[in-house]
Design a binder for this molecule. Structure first.
Ligand code: BES
Ligand code: MN
Ligand code: ZN
Length: 489
């Protein structure tokens, strides 16, 4: 979608939809109301539109104008307007929009909000709210897509800030939508090989360095746990590596790791059939990390960031790994397999362990790791677990900006005993109690003391109800927060 900012007159803008944001106390801009002969004031008077938070009012202008329709979106009480509300207002507009859209930017925002950030939030919401997935429908019936969004301001001194914010918003939202596409892609389409192909396309487009390691090279890196998971499938595993390097000196070196299980049957410890199809999304951590890298390549912070993405299927079969097996990881630690459905931590352990060898400043992993994350927090937010208070602070601040809720769970050593093994260094499942924590405690053993944060997105990778900015379906949760946190490191 093209996103532009303009200093122009509504009288001269022809478009399919004119969107106007109004708080409870705003009256419509005088020039617009004059053009519409008091139509907006009339709607207000009759209480058809009162500017309540995310209220929507739509009408055809009378007398006819160069804009075919008008959409009013409420912002509520001025003192209660937040970035999140502006993002949701953007989503409300994005869901109703088609063709060419012009948004009249408010003359005055509630004081505390930065114009650039507000424009970013609005554009993010607009693009996220309008997301639809028609890839797997044979007929693409339905509404026309949005081709262009223009933010219109009467104030010259706003334009530069609007433009910068809108540009950032477009980059992030379009990549989050790509993340949704990847996340929701069926397992037969998005195989590990295909995921590597998608990463390659993005890398080429945005100038990231990429290498894709095949089974032989993964063997050479001695990733016995990752290879064990991959064994049951005819689809070959891949380890994808992406590098972003800044122009000047890098302030910090960061390694991002994303879980890329393109389908998780549970393996020999097979999952129940009901809802198993959802496990095509078990590579959302990989999608988040790949899309975050593409965003960094465009936003260009002074950091050196490497992404490592192990990807394979978890299948049962005569070659599959089994409960009772013992595997040896990339750093030599051994794991006794208790449950082949606890596969994500095995790939991550190998890759985190491998990542510590280059001694980065920070390690971050993103994974649809545990159903227990839903038991702990429900579906409203994701769990973070970390050995680095700095990373936690950065993620908490980022989350407040992006609106993606996260909550820290502890890594108390009392839970360690749940993953003790009789015959190996650890078992791969700590059972039901504190399942999100015991999974993270296993990962921690592979972080070699490097400041680390783990983001478990199992509870939030799918939106079941649908919100203003997230239609029912894969959410792409986490991408914006990871990028925001990193750029503030
Ligand atoms: N991919 C799942 C976790 C998951 C569950 C993600 C539901 C999204 C929705 C993971 O591989 C898994 O199966 N975890 C097990 C761990 C258990 C065997 C210790 C789980 O959560 O049940
Ligand atoms: Mn599993
Ligand atoms: Zn899984």
């Amino acid at each position: 979608m093209r996103v532009t900012c303009d200093l122009s007159d509504i009288k001269k803008m022809s478009c399919d939809l004119l969107c106007v944001l109004l708080t409870k106390e705003d009256t419509a801009p005088a020039d617009l109301d004059k053009l519409l002969k008091g139509q907006i004031a009339e709607l207000r008077r009759r209480k058809h539109f009162q500017g309540e938070a995310l209220e929507r009012g739509t009408f055809v202008p009378h007398p006819p104008q160069r804009f075919a329709r008008v959409l009013l979106v409420g912002l509520g009480r001025p003192s209660e307007v937040t970035l999140d509300r502006i993002r949701r207002a953007g989503g409300t507009a994005g869901q109703a929009a088609m063709g060419r859209v012009v948004t009249l930017w408010p003359k005055q925002l509630p004081v505390a909000l930065d114009t650039g950030r507000a424009a970013q939030a609005f554009v993010e919401g607009f693009i996220l709210g309008g997301y639809r997935d028609l890839r797997f429908r044979s007929e693409s019936a339905g509404r026309q897509d949005v081709q262009q969004l223009t933010l219109l301001t009467p104030q010259e001194r706003q334009v530069a800030k609007l433009r910068a914010g809108a540009g950032r918003g477009r980059i992030l939202a379009e990549l989050q939508n790509l993340c949704r596409d990847l996340s929701g892609a069926p397992g037969n389409v998005l195989t590990p090989t295909a995921l590597a192909g998608e990463a390659r396309k993005l890398a080429r487009k945005h100038g990231l360095r990429i290498s894709v390691y095949d089974r032989r090279l993964i063997e050479r890196m001695k990733m016995g746990a990752f290879l064990a998971v991959a064994k049951g499938s005819a689809e070959p595993p891949k380890l994808i590596r992406l590098d972003y390097t800044p122009k000047g000196r890098a302030r910090k070196r960061v390694i991002l790791v994303g879980k890329g299980i393109t389908f998780d049957t549970g393996g020999i410890s097979i999952k129940p059939g009901e809802n198993m199809f959802e496990m095509r999304q078990d590579m959302t951590g990989a999608a988040v990390v790949i899309c975050a890298m593409a965003a960094l390549a465009q936003l260009r912070p002074a950091l050196a960031v490497t992404a490592l993405i192990p990807t394979c299927e978890n299948m049962p079969g005569s070659r599959a790994y089994k409960p009772g097996d013992v595997v040896t990881t990339s750093i030599g630690k051994t794991i006794e397999i208790i449950n082949t459905d606890a596969e994500g931590r095995l790939l991550l352990a190998d890759v985190l362990g491998h990542a510590t060898k280059s001694r980065p400043d920070y390690l971050i992993d993103v994974a649809t790791l545990t159903g227990a994350a839903t038991v702990a927090l429900g579906n409203a937010g994701a769990a973070i677990l970390a050995t680095s208070d700095i990373l936690v602070e950065k993620f908490a601040a980022a989350s407040a900006t992006t609106g993606e809720k996260i909550w820290r769970l502890p890594l108390w050593e009392e839970y360690e005993q749940q993953i003790k093994s009789n015959i190996a260094d650890m078992v791969n499942s700590g059972g039901r109690p504190a399942g999100t924590i015991t999974a993270a405690l296993l990962l921690k053993k592979f972080t070699g003391g490097i400041p680390w944060l783990h983001l478990d997105i199992a509870a939030v990778d799918y939106e079941y109800r649908g919100t203003e900015i997230t239609p029912k379906g894969p959410s792409g949760f986490g991408m914006r927060t990871v990028v925001e946190a990193l750029t503030n490191l």
